[in-house]
Design a protein around this ligand. Structure first.
Ligand SMILES: Nc1nc2c([nH]c(=O)n2[C@H]2C[C@H](O)[C@@H](COP(=O)(O)OP(=O)(O)OP(=O)(O)O)O2)c(=O)[nH]1
Ligand SMILES: [Mg+2]
Length: 127
């Protein structure tokens, strides 16, 4: 079974908002672009808006699809819908207690992301 996920590359002033996945989660200890599972009958973009409100406390004002990545981890398969979030209201924070950081795009290579994120990080570094 493939798990559909929506995640946001939240960008403001050339910086990206990332969050640390807790150790007990799948891919725990890796940094991520905040987001989560798309529910049945939910559009990925709607899932993105819901997850970013739940996890980061922001209201997405403008987002656009950036990359669609299918990846097979040894223990699960995911279909990741990465959106660029270029406008939002509210102050992004770790609403669920997770460690978060605003990092310059150029510094993304210094953070460990899940394997599926490699093409996303590479594309951001190339821009
Ligand atoms: N959110 C997010 N998930 C990612 C990224 N890269 C990546 O491989 N994943 C994987 C890890 C998980 O298997 C899945 C997302 O699950 P999740 O744990 O965020 O889902 P969720 O927020 O709905 O939380 P939960 O059901 O575990 O409580 O996608 C990423 O950049 N962001
Ligand atoms: Mg999540």
């Amino acid at each position: 079974m493939v798990i559909r996920v929506a995640a946001g590359v939240i960008i403001r002033n050339e910086q990206v908002f990332i969050a640390l996945r807790s150790q007990d989660k799948h891919q725990g200890g890796c940094w991520e672009f905040p987001g989560g599972k798309v529910e049945t009958d939910e559009e990925p973009q709607a899932a993105l808006e819901r997850e970013l409100q739940e996890e980061c406390g922001i209201e997405v004002i403008h987002s656009q699809i950036f990359k669609l990545i299918k990846h097979d981890y040894p223990d699960k398969s995911v279909e990741l819908h990465f959106f660029k979030v270029t406008d939002f209201s509210g102050e992004a924070h770790g609403k669920e207690g997770q460690e978060v950081a605003w990092v310059p795009v150029a510094d993304l290579a210094n953070y460990r992301f899940p394997e599926a994120n490699v093409p996303v990080v590479d594309a951001l570094l190339d821009e």
